[in-house]
Design a protein around this ligand. Structure first.
Ligand SMILES: Cc1cc2nc3c(=O)[nH]c(=O)nc-3n(C[C@H](O)[C@H](O)[C@H](O)COP(=O)(O)OP(=O)(O)OC[C@H]3O[C@@H](n4cnc5c(N)ncnc54)[C@H](O)[C@@H]3O)c2cc1C
Length: 381
């Protein structure tokens, strides 16, 4: 069964045109600046790219996940603006699925217009994979929570207008079912301190920051869903985040494979195109096979997700496979480029360093193995 119909192909054409005009000419500048401009959010909002899955009353398009798949695939191919186009399906659903009507009107309507940059803060200096270790606390004080703690590696951390913060609202408990909550903190709130923009090895146009909370008073109305239920909300929405990330990694892998093929066909050594040395031809054949396996798995996942099936195990397998496979494709494609692969004029250099984090964020390869092993009745120790 195919995924896409004519309307999706038309949408793909629109996305491609937008990327050609608004993204490709600016990539070097954004990489240099360490962020994409607010005007890009606005333009994406005007195109309807932000929060496409949301209800029309919040400015969404109420369209199926196929549209997200197209959007993520096209931006993933050019490896640009993931925190812009990904957020509609990674962050907005927390508010859509668990927030009050007031929160939906306040945040989603601005987000879909491109007037609000969101972020989500789970990771802390002492804990990433193991969210039970979150120490940032939100203590009840009348109509407010008082938040104290620190977060790190937060995407959009510096530029964001609001942040969904994973906090411990029950300091006496470590139970995943009642200790953690999701609370929205607005930029400009006293005690919400944006730290330095982190200096990363790749993904330079993506703003990644440290965040501090010092006696930060936030109204209780900013709580998403019920107090203490935050971990459950994370577990339900993280599957979609993983799916989006996997689609992104796959699109990058397909682009890197093509770069390797194109270069190897055009570069000659010892009187013949380097692609025609049997070693390289076989290497490329292996790469194409691995990339195709990823594509088949992802297409199956997209179909399962649209059908409302439980994708927890399969998306973990895909995250594991694509994270590792895309890194392998990056290394092989880079090698085919010889010294030119190391030069910034060739896009493989940027893709090579950017893909490295794919097997770490949104659930590392090891954590994905843990989920898969558990689904098989094995508890690794
Ligand atoms: C570019 C980028 C953007 C990010 N954006 C965000 C964001 O927007 N919001 C946010 O909250 N976080 C964000 N993160 C953080 C990311 O989610 C964490 O880095 C990730 O969850 C891993 O946590 P950690 O870095 O603390 O590593 P750790 O959890 O300390 O893990 C270190 C190593 O140990 C392994 N490990 C851990 N536990 C086990 C185990 N049980 N068995 C075997 N191996 C194990 C891990 O797989 C890893 O290889 C981002 C990270 C990056 C790199």
């Amino acid at each position: 069964m195919g995924i896409y119909k004519e309307e999706h192909d038309i949408f793909r054409g629109t996305v491609k045109k937008f990327i050609e005009k608004e993204v490709l000419p600016n990539i070097d500048e954004w990489e240099e600046k360490g962020e994409v401009p607010r005007s890009l959010w606005k333009k994406c909002g005007e195109m309807g790219f932000l929060g496409m899955c949301l209800d029309e009353k919040y400015g969404g398009l109420e369209v199926g996940f196929e549209y997200t798949a197209v959007l993520v695939e096209e931006f993933g191919k050019v490896n640009a603006c993931m925190p812009v186009v990904g957020t509609g399906d990674i962050l907005a659903p927390y508010i859509r699925d668990f927030g009050t009507e007031e929160l939906k009107m306040r945040y989603l309507s601005r987000f879909t217009k491109g007037d609000l940059i969101p972020a989500i803060a789970m990771t802390e200096p002492n804990t990433g994979s193991d969210l039970k270790g979150v120490r940032t606390s939100a203590i009840s004080d009348g109509d407010d929570y008082i938040i104290n703690g620190q977060k790190t590696f937060i995407t959009n951390g510096n530029t964001c207008d609001m942040m969904i913060v994973v906090c411990k609202t029950n300091p006496d408990s470590n139970s995943l079912s009642n200790a953690f909550s999701l609370i929205i903190v607005d930029d400009g709130t006293t005690g919400f301190i944006k730290g330095r923009k982190l200096n990363k090895m790749g993904m330079h146009m993506q703003d990644t920051a440290e965040i501090f909370f010092e006696d930060c008073h936030v109204p209780k109305a900013n709580l998403i869903g019920e107090e203490g239920k935050g971990f459950g909300y994370l577990m339900s929405e993280l599957q979609k985040e993983r799916l989006v990330m996997v689609m992104w990694g796959q699109a990058m892998a397909e682009a890197m494979l093509q770069m390797g093929i194109d270069y190897a066909k055009s570069r000659e050594a010892f009187g013949q195109p380097i692609a025609t040395f049997q070693h390289n031809a076989f290497k490329i054949a292996d790469m194409a096979t691995q990339v195709q396996l990823g594509r088949s798995l992802i297409n199956e996942l997209i179909i399962d997700f649209i059908a409302g099936k439980d994708i927890v195990v399969k998306v973990s397998m895909a995250k594991l496979y694509v994270g590792e496979m895309a890194n392998n494709i990056a290394a092989k494609s880079f090698q085919l480029h010889g010294g030119y692969g190391f030069m910034e004029e060739y896009p493989i250099a940027r893709y090579y360093r950017d893909i490295r984090a794919m097997s770490v964020y949104a659930g590392s390869s090891e954590i994905m193995r843990l989920v898969i092993a558990r689904s098989l009745g094995i508890e690794p120790t």
